[in-house]
Design a protein around this ligand. Structure first.
Ligand code: GLV
Length: 335
């Protein structure tokens, strides 16, 4: 069954691939022309008459916005994370919230591993060294130039053993690393030693974060946790900025307690131009590009549109982040 072609949907951004075209054949679709994202006021105005919303992780979908959208029936986010959506408020209204897990697992794990290597082997610093003209005949090959940390033989601690954490574990095993893992709920992963978080932090030369941001995980790595890492450890965060206390991280890098770190996500995005992180030594910075490959972004857009259209047809979404609403829908459309 197709959604009613008079169904109004607002998309906050154009998306790669042809997924929006497909949506536009089924519903009355308005796409924000940009540049950038609509402001909160513009989003509220557009949503006032819409039944569907296709959004990104940068759009804040909170209770006041939902309250100002009386006709809204479906939210679909082109992201795996849904910490930008007030799920409780959406569920209270019976609004299913779609998201895009699975399709971005391997691409995000690739980036986590790329950052691990870049931080450990100081690749951005090496690039700057060559470009700046510092690589002179007098320094053509120095025994102690840009020494980094070996991944092979080292212990990697994975905070979170969901799909992305497990995909990083597989890469680490290929690099000859020993892998420790901590997960909030019980799970077994081949080749990964499950340990309590304090033990993981105390034993890991490398740590990579792969948990969702929620009340329980906000500030998971603060000053005490960072201090409990072995001296010379390397930290990578491709999950969410709010998991790590950025000031404590900057202090740990400046003091030399941590050798290096790499971040793809931040407490505030985009990183403010005066962020103290910009001047911190040993810190590799990326602009939230974990899932940014051509193929994966197109798959995310496809899945976001699948979720949207299923929700508008009152069918269960392929991936719903508030399953209590999904179950209600399944009951309503069941035999
Ligand atoms: C990226 O961070 C996502 O949640 O998809």
């Amino acid at each position: 069954m197709a959604a009613d072609s008079g169904t109004r949907v607002f998309a906050t951004r154009t998306l790669p691939g042809d997924a929006l075209e497909r949506a536009g054949r089924e519903v009355e679709l308005e796409v924000w022309p940009g540049p950038g994202a609509p402001s909160p006021e513009e989003l509220r105005d557009r949503l006032a008459s819409c039944e569907g919303l296709l959004c990104l992780l940068t759009d804040r979908i909170d209770a006041p916005l939902l309250a100002a959208a009386p006709r809204l029936r479906v939210v679909s986010s082109c992201s795996v994370g849904v910490d930008h959506v007030d799920l409780a408020a959406a569920s209270a209204r019976g609004i299913p919230v779609g998201h895009t897990p699975g399709v971005l697992t391997e691409t995000t794990a690739d980036l986590a591993f790329a950052l691990l290597l870049a931080a450990a082997r100081r690749i951005p610093e090496a690039d700057r060294f060559v470009r700046s003209g510092a690589w002179t005949p007098a320094r053509s090959w120095e025994p102690d130039l840009l020494l980094g940390r070996d991944l092979h033989g080292a212990v990697l601690g994975l905070i979170g053993l969901g799909a992305i954490g497990r995909a990083v574990a597989a890469r680490a095993q290929g690099f000859g690393m020993r892998v420790l893992g901590w997960n909030r709920s019980p799970c077994e992963v081949a080749g990964v030693e499950r340990v309590p978080l304090p033990e993981l932090l105390a034993r890991s030369a490398f740590v990579s974060l792969h948990v969702a941001l929620c009340d329980d995980t906000r500030g998971l790595l603060g000053p005490a946790e960072l201090a409990s890492l072995p001296r010379g450890a390397v930290l990578v965060n491709t999950a969410r900025g709010g998991l790590v206390d950025e000031s404590a991280l900057a202090a740990a890098l400046r003091s030399g307690h941590l050798a290096a770190a790499a971040l793809d996500v931040y407490e505030a995005e985009p990183l403010p131009p005066d962020s103290p992180l910009l001047g911190v030594p040993g810190l590799v910075l990326a602009p939230h590009i974990g899932s940014a490959s051509v193929a994966t972004r197109a798959r995310m857009a496809d899945l976001a549109v699948d979720n949207l259209l299923a929700g508008l047809r009152s069918e269960p979404m392929p991936h719903c982040a508030n399953p209590e609403v999904r179950q209600d829908l399944a009951r309503r459309t069941g035999p």
